[in-house]
Design a protein around this ligand. Structure first.
Ligand code: MG
Length: 252
């Protein structure tokens, strides 16, 4: 009996050795699947995850708005720069970046007014538009219900956020947006649609979501024949004094 067990054990070990030998005979070594070049480029991270890393373009540093932003017509933006942030001035219109972008990682901080006025879409409403067309909604949804596909962190009227991660009015909040611009077919339709991931205060609210078309207020957004190139980032004047600060972008 003992001999039988020993024999089986020996056969097993021998079998393992043959299997290993077979593997070697494939001529594969670990090094064959290691890629070394080109070396990954270095980026120095910010002091904290909300601070701009070394390869970011700072779009607003809390002081100078005119360097990177204009109003709708390309003139001086009419928003109020004060205390390290910029605040919507009612009827001054949207503001937009002078630079245009396609694919990027965008960090932006916003604050709804501490004084609570209005309800639903009328409370702390603004918005951040990718390529001047696709809105990530900014809204004070702290104890403020509205339609689910129009609340903070929604891709307005297209995709509701996964959760409501709002802080209270008067508190600074972060959006980290990863955006992939659409690619187009020759006839102008999307080959791949715009794709967005959004973290609100560090909480994932949009996970690699595809947009149907440009944001519209009335009507169903559809894949449109609307070929477009790189575009500005636009901040919306919705009449509420929403503030922004610490805006930076990394082109991808
Ligand atoms: Mg809005």
């Amino acid at each position: 009996m003992k001999i039988k067990i020993l024999t089986i054990a020996l056969l097993f070990v021998a079998g393992m050795a043959v299997a290993q030998e077979d593997n070697k005979s494939d001529k594969m070594t670990p090094g064959m699947t290691e890629k070394w070049d080109p070396e990954i480029s270095k980026v120095t991270p910010g002091k904290t995850p909300i601070d701009a890393p070394s390869d970011a373009i700072v779009l607003f540093d809390g002081i100078d708005l005119e360097n990177e932003w204009t109003n709708e017509e390309g003139g001086k933006p009419g928003w109020l720069v004060e205390d390290g942030c910029v605040t919507v001035v009612k009827r001054a219109g949207t503001i937009k970046t002078k630079r245009v972008f396609e694919d990027y990682q965008l960090h932006i901080e916003w604050r709804a007014p501490a004084e609570v006025i209005g309800e639903s879409q009328g409370r702390g409403n603004s918005g951040i538009f990718m390529q001047e067309r696709y809105e990530v909604q900014v809204l004070d949804n702290y104890n403020n219900r509205t339609y689910r596909n129009g609340q903070a962190g929604s891709l307005y009227k297209q995709h509701p956020p996964l959760v409501n991660a709002c802080k209270g009015p008067g508190e600074w909040q972060t959006y980290d947006i990863i955006y992939t611009a659409p690619r187009f077919n020759d006839n102008g339709t999307y080959f791949t649609p715009p794709i967005i991931t959004v973290l609100h205060n560090g909480v994932l609210v949009q996970n690699n979501v595809k947009l149907r078309g440009p944001t519209v207020y009335v009507g169903v957004p559809e894949y449109e024949v609307e070929k477009h190139g790189p575009g500005s980032i636009v901040l919306q004047d919705h009449g509420n004094p929403v503030s922004y600060k610490n805006i930076w972008i990394r082109e991808l």
